[in-house]
Write a protein that binds this ligand. Structure first.
Ligand SMILES: N[C@@H](CCC(=O)N[C@@H](CS)C(=O)NCC(=O)O)C(=O)O
Length: 197
């Protein structure tokens, strides 16, 4: 497998996931800050928008961090990173896996850019509803599905860590403790180490 990545980006999710899955992979750095870079055909086939992370696994070429999480969890997680396709928890897993790109990121971007929210008109509600829903979802659980860590925690955990880095994580005991629990996982620590280039 080859992961196209750049430090201090959403690539951290894919790195964290590959470390959790315990698979071997090569890294190919993309200098996303260089407007004159030339991308390989393989990278563009995996990531038509030229964004990282992107993954190539044999004939599979793909991007979008949530999609990569789902692919690796199903293909290589050996049942440990995603509920099986016929497990009733699968629905909840998919909901929370997609919560980051569908709700957290648009709500975060809206608030960061000072755009007037429209809770009912916007598919992501607004920032406060996004936080309230996530906080309730985690509640007293260790991970979003309960006691079992899954790839959905990689998407949500990295998002809470990003929110904190942008000074946007509210003073919520539940969310702060969740971000800390995610950060404490050896695979996340390894992903952060790998980013220090
Ligand atoms: N929705 C995508 C977003 C990917 C994305 O925006 N990546 C940024 C880095 S965090 C990037 O590659 N930016 C460089 C560019 O747009 O040229 C995902 O979740 O993977």
């Amino acid at each position: 497998m080859r992961l196209y990545w750049a430090p201090q980006t959403r690539s951290a999710r894919a790195l964290w996931l590959l470390e959790e899955a315990g698979v071997s992979y090569d890294l190919e750095h993309i200098d996303i800050r260089d407007p004159h870079r030339t991308d390989s055909d393989e990278f563009r086939a995996a990531s038509p928008m030229g964004k990282v992370p992107a993954l190539v696994d044999g004939d599979v070429k793909m991007s979008e961090s949530a999609a990569i999480c789902l692919y690796v969890a199903d293909r290589y997680g050996a049942g440990s990173l995603a509920p099986a396709i016929d497990d009733p928890m699968r629905g909840k897993f998919l909901y929370w896996l997609m919560y980051t790109p569908a709700v957290i990121e648009p709500a975060m971007s809206e608030k960061f850019n000072g755009v007037e929210p429209a809770r009912q008109r916007s598919g992501w509600g607004d920032f406060d509803l996004m936080i309230e829903t996530l906080e309730k979802g985690i509640g007293d659980n260790t991970w979003i599905l309960g006691d079992k860590f899954t790839a959905a925690d990689i998407m949500l955990g990295s998002s809470t860590v990003f929110l904190r880095a942008f000074d946007m994580l509210p003073d919520s005991e539940v969310l702060v403790a969740y971000a800390d629990r995610c950060l404490a996982r050896p695979a996340y620590q390894k992903a952060l180490e790998l980013q220090e280039v």
